[in-house]
Design a protein around this ligand. Structure first.
Ligand code: NAD
Ligand code: LMR
Length: 331
């Protein structure tokens, strides 16, 4: 194999998502079965030993595509020449922490990481932020990387998208492959709006295929998807990890390799003002991807039902943006 390895940086590499993610990156699921990778693992000093253990296990898999592993607590080293960066490590909310404290603590992580990406990453860098609050952490990183095109910074709503697809397949009694054109709008939070009105399910509209039942959409489908993260924490006793890692793989794979014809995906991206979403915030949209670039799907009809829900989630993102501005984390 003669291809130049792609440098993939993963932050929070010793955490639970990291453990579910790294082996799939190294086995070719992120970029393709013919793309060799170098892994750059960024951890805080307390996480370095566990990251070394993960690297030992990666060695023991003898993955043909895995060329090199770097483990570091220095952002400059981790992002040097990075082509793809998965920002997973974040400061979780702990007891007694207000939202402002959480944003401040994450600003202390994503601001410097954005700057390190700006100063050290490769020209074609693509960034996916997974660590919560993902959209606003992505915004902080993006605003601290003025030399990197804004569209290279994205936030993960693919897990929400996949959750919506799975719920729809169950309700409609079809397989997930029969579900197309689902959208997650807004924030990766309980205000997100999973939209089935544009969806196509085995040749029918999403509404019709799920029984034309607005009460089910409002009281079951939307809250089940939007609160699924909390439900997993309740039942599993820990936040989603394998499904989050799987969604991160899907997000980057789709970004790099394209959406299938007749379908789209959901990505948190810098808004260009489409669908009335305030320009500059990082909000989830329906997008198609091709040749490593994405475009927002335009021209969708937005009903009053959908508009109210998109507006509510966007309003939350604007509040978060204003809060991090107030804290001096973005200009
Ligand atoms: P975890 O606590 O198991 O692991 C996080 C790791 O990040 C730890 O090893 C920690 O040492 C490391 N870390 C902390 N600060 C760091 C820094 N500044 N630089 C590098 N590493 C750092 O958590 P997890 O379960 O792997 O989840 C990670 C994040 O992903 C959380 O914020 C979680 O809420 C979020 N998440 C997002 C989604 C989504 O859909 N967007 C889904 C699930 C989880
Ligand atoms: C999820 O959607 O599973 C996570 O964002 C939940 C969380 O709070 O980590």
């Amino acid at each position: 194999m003669t291809r130049t390895p792609v440098n993939v940086t993963v932050t929070g590499a010793a955490g639970q998502i990291g453990y579910a993610l790294l082996f799939r990156i190294a086995s070719g699921h992120l970029l393709g079965a013919d793309v060799p990778v170098n892994l750059r693992l960024l951890e805080i000093p307390q996480g370095l030993k566990a990251a070394e253990g993960v690297a030992m296990e990666l060695d023991d898999c003898a993955f043909p595509l895995l060329r090199d592993i770097t483990i570091t607590d220095q952002a400059a080293t981790a992002f040097e020449g990075a082509n793809v960066a998965l920002l997973v490590g974040a400061r979780p909310r702990t007891a007694g922490m207000e939202r402002g404290d959480l944003l401040q603590a994450n600003g202390g992580i994503f601001g410097p990481q954005g700057k390190a990406i700006n100063d050290h990453a490769a020209d074609d860098i693509k960034v996916l932020v997974v660590g919560n609050p993902a959209n606003t952490n992505a915004l902080i990183a993006q605003r601290n990387a003025p030399d990197v095109p804004a569209e290279r910074f994205t936030a993960m709503t693919r897990l929400d998208h996949n959750r919506a697809v799975a719920q729809l397949a169950k309700k409609a009694g079809v397989t997930v492959e029969d579900i197309k054109k689902v959208t997650i709008w807004g924030n990766h939070s309980a205000t997100q709006y999973p939209d089935l009105f544009q969806a196509e399910i085995a040749g029918k509209s999403g509404f019709e295929a799920t029984g034309s039942d607005l009460a089910w959409i409002e009281n079951d489908f939307i809250p089940t998807v939007a609160k699924r993260g909390a439900a997993i924490i309740d039942v599993r006793g820990a936040s989603s990890a394998a499904s989050a890692a799987n969604a991160a793989i899907d997000h980057v794979h789709t970004w790099v390799n394209g959406t299938p014809a007749g379908d789209w995906t959901s990505m948190g991206i810098v808004s260009d003002g489409s669908y009335g979403v305030e320009e500059g915030i990082i909000s989830s949209f329906p997008v198609t991807t091709k040749d490593g670039k994405f475009e927002i799907v335009q021209g969708l009809e937005i009903s009053d039902f959908s508009r109210a829900r998109i507006n509510a989630s966007v309003a939350e993102l604007v509040e978060e943006r204003d809060a991090v501005k107030e804290l001096g984390l973005i200009g």
